[in-house]
Design a protein around this ligand. Structure first.
Ligand SMILES: *[C@@H]1O[C@H](CO)[C@@H](O)[C@H](O)[C@H]1NC(C)=O
Ligand SMILES: *[C@@H]1O[C@H](CO)[C@@H](O)[C@H](O)[C@H]1NC(C)=O
Ligand SMILES: *[C@@H]1O[C@H](CO)[C@@H](O)[C@H](O)[C@H]1NC(C)=O
Length: 543
């Protein structure tokens, strides 16, 4: 009994001396006082229910706590006068944001607890300069995301507590997953609240690769003040060029890339009449342009390098080609050919062959049909042509190697009114896009013996449904005379195109992709407005 009493008395005496010391400390003349509503000892201060962050504290204070305070923000540089701080705690306060430079001048701070507040946003530089910070807690706030690199420079961190926040695990949070993989600090288990597909998933278990944050877009780049009907690109002597058929003023217009101004500019023209197609063809080191016209016959031009201009070298038989609609070029076993689709009843789609000196009519196909389009493609490594005509289903011709001629093979069943057929490949699978003016345009896949429909797209005055690839992305663009032009992007998982972007082009007739200086451009000819050039941009949503 007596012993216990004595101990108690000794303890009471200790308490009394301690509080006396506190009082003496607090009353030192030149020392800042302990703010009202705070309780201070030599090392510690605890403030409760205060309205703003006080400016003066005992300078040697090493721990500072704010509990249930009513202030809305912590002003910049609030702790510049307490450089010895090692622990700072905010709990059950009502502020919503942590601004930049709030924790300026705290090189010794090791513990920072900002818990049970209502923090929604944190400045990317909020924790800048906290070199000694080993334990950071932002637990139980209203955080949905964290700014990229908010923990940058916190090299001493060994523990981060982010529990009790409803994180949105979108691309903006990808950096955090990367950081969690690389940091040596322990991060308590935290969970995604959004997006729905990620709800309830542990962020600690996510891998950066699971975020699909790269997207693309076609951005308007340049518009050319003329109408056009065909557009093609070619490479000649290591430079890239574009040739555009202008139907009304009758020109093949050549464009080159201006490396200084970063625009496409005109550098040459071929004058013609009622131009439908200007098709470039490079054979060895020679450049040819096949100029298809509605009136006055079609011609072949050749670049004369010594004269530094394009010179007409040949006329195309006007009895065969009366109303050209499309020109395709191809090589089979090292020999160059081109084929012109003819849309007159008396003319005939005809294959021309290069013999080293000129082009000769090689084979006429499909007489008496009005062909609107011809497509060269390989099916199972064998050369084929698909002809579209307004009065018949698309017909497939196969190259007969011994005869060196195309034989009619089959047609595409149940596909009337197809204006044009264009092909593309995804991995090793062959697909075709079939353009119809009104109704449904279609995508079909080669199954080894025939084309099978896999997808239909509504056509509203469509004259072109052009597939093209940029890097690893496969696109198709379906033009419309009555509505927006729709760009589709191939969805690898679905094995189909999905809607991607709308473009506003008046009466588009042709699309082509051009790569210049590691940039990709999509050129869109317009029959009734300006010829448009878009740039294909790659965007990282996690930045
Ligand atoms: C983690 O610790 C290792 C070993 O101490 C060190 O080499 C590495 O740089 C640290 N990583 C980070 C991100 O601090
Ligand atoms: C080509 O024709 C256009 C008009 O369509 C003209 O403005 C331009 O100067 C011509 N270019 C050349 C190189 O003659
Ligand atoms: C090529 O044509 C010849 C003659 O018409 C024919 O006998 C042969 O079967 C054809 N070859 C193929 C692979 O169709």
């Amino acid at each position: 009994m007596g012993y216990a009493n004595k101990t108690f008395r000794r303890y009471a005496l200790f308490l009394w001396i301690s509080s006396l010391l506190v009082l003496i400390e607090g009353r030192r003349p030149r020392q800042p006082r302990c703010p009202t509503s705070c309780i201070c000892t030599r090392d510690n201060a605890l403030c409760e229910n205060i309205r703003s962050v006080p400016r003066s504290f005992p300078p040697d204070v090493v721990s500072l706590s704010f509990v249930k305070s009513g202030f809305n923000e912590i002003p910049e540089g609030s702790f510049l006068h307490t450089p010895a701080l090692q622990l700072l705690l905010f709990t059950a306060n009502s502020f919503e944001a942590i601004r930049e430079d709030v924790f300026l001048g705290l090189p010794h701070l090791e513990y920072l607890f900002i818990e049970n507040n209502k923090i929604k946003s944190i400045s990317p530089n909020a924790f800048q300069g906290l070199k000694s910070l080993i334990h950071l807690s932002l637990a139980y706030n209203n955080l949905q995301t964290l700014p990229r690199d908010v923990f940058k420079g916190l090299d001493a961190l060994i523990k981060v507590d982010l529990r009790g926040n409803a994180f949105n695990c979108d691309c903006k949070l990808k950096w955090l997953v990367e950081w969690m993989h690389n940091t040596n600090a322990t991060v308590d288990q935290i969970y995604c609240a959004d997006p729905p597909a990620y709800q309830g998933k542990k962020i600690n278990d996510l891998v950066p690769q699971s975020f699909d944050c790269i997207t693309t877009e076609f951005a308007s780049y340049q518009s050319l003040k003329f109408e056009s009907i065909s557009v093609d690109s070619f490479t000649y002597k290591n430079d890239d060029y574009i040739v555009i058929a202008q139907p009304f003023i009758g020109k093949c217009s050549f464009l080159e890339w201006d490396h200084v101004e970063m625009v496409f500019r005109n550098y040459d023209n071929i004058s013609s009449t009622s131009t439908v197609v200007c098709k470039p063809m490079v054979i060895d080191t020679q450049l040819f342009i096949i100029v298809a016209q509605l009136f006055g016959g079609s011609h072949i031009y050749k670049r004369d390098n010594s004269a530094n201009k394009l010179i007409k070298i040949q006329d195309i038989d006007i009895l065969k080609i009366r109303k050209p609609n499309d020109v395709e070029t191809f090589t089979i076993d090292g020999t160059s050919y081109f084929v012109i689709a003819d849309s007159s009843k008396a003319g005939s789609t005809t294959v021309y062959k290069w013999n080293g000196n000129g082009f000769y009519s090689h084979q006429s196909l499909h007489p008496w049909y009005r062909d609107t389009d011809v497509e060269y493609l390989e099916i199972a490594n064998k050369p084929h042509l698909i002809l579209s005509s307004s009065s018949q289903r698309p017909v497939i011709y196969q190259w007969n190697k011994s005869q060196k001629l195309f034989d009619r093979r089959t047609d595409i069943p149940e596909m009337e009114d197809v204006f044009a057929v264009k092909h593309f490949k995804v991995k090793n699978d062959l697909y075709i896009c079939l353009t119809r003016f009104i109704g449904d345009s279609k995508v079909m896949k080669w199954d080894g013996s025939m084309f099978l429909e896999i997808q239909t797209m509504p056509s509203r005055g469509s004259m072109v449904f052009q597939p093209f690839a940029v890097n690893n992305w496969q696109y198709a663009v379906l033009g419309s005379d009555y509505s927006f032009t729709q760009v589709y992007r191939w969805d690898v998982k679905k094995g189909q195109f999905v809607n991607f972007q709308e473009l506003n082009i008046q009466a588009p007739r042709a699309f082509t992709l051009v790569s210049i200086d590691n940039r990709e451009f999509l050129l869109a000819s317009s029959f009734k407005g300006k010829t448009q050039i878009y740039e294909h941009l790659i965007l990282d949503l996690s930045n």
